[in-house]
Design a binder for this molecule. Sequence first.
Ligand code: HEM
Length: 200
Amino acid sequence: MERLKKRFKMLKKLIIKAYNPWVIFHVPAVIMLLMLCWDYTLCKKLTSYSGYFALAFFVTTLLLNPLKSFKLKWVWVIKLNRYRRQLGVASFSYVLIHLTCFIIKRVMGGFLQGLVYFLHPAIIPAFFIAFPIMLVMAVTSNNYSVKRLSFAKWKRLHKTVYMAELAVMVHVVLMGSLRLMLFSFVPLCFLQFMRRKNRV
Ligand code: HEM
């Protein structure tokens, strides 16, 4: 009986862990990684899918601040705001998969020729601006970094995300996804503008 109780407790813990936002937001990432391990030629398709996921998480994370400032009583805004850190880190995880797929795809055509693609006008803002900024954000998205840097410095550092936003916008447009850019960044920029206007 004691053993059964212990097992039941373990199962309960496992279920609670499975509902953890870290787990939920990373389920598609794990599936993509497994697919890539199964057949690396899938990298061609996965570059696009991981890009969409990275963008969706990135824009959702950035949308939450302006929506919160309008004091909306929408339950999902209140709930998602609790998980902004997880959403932001998840966006970086998808960018990592996106970059890995890109590297595999290009290395398949020859290592040196592949390096030239990093100097493509659409890749420069993504790889040299958005990626390093998102990396720093992901690494410092924890209480330890807030304490270590002090809240003011940490906040200043995290404001560089707006530079990443601009870089991603340029990347998506130059990749030929103008419609995607309009659907995601136009509402985001409008809400960010309204938030700034309300503050002044
Ligand atoms: C880290 C450096 C990056 C590299 C090397 C890179 C590379 C690429 C490539 C090669 C494509 C074309 C995919 C295809 O048509 O098959 C692409 C598209 C895309 N990327 Fe990136 N990317 C980077 C960063 C990012 C970031 C930071 C985001 C968003 C947060 C992003 C979102 C997208 C989106 C949404 C598309 C359009 C997908 C499509 O329409 O097929 N990328 N990227």
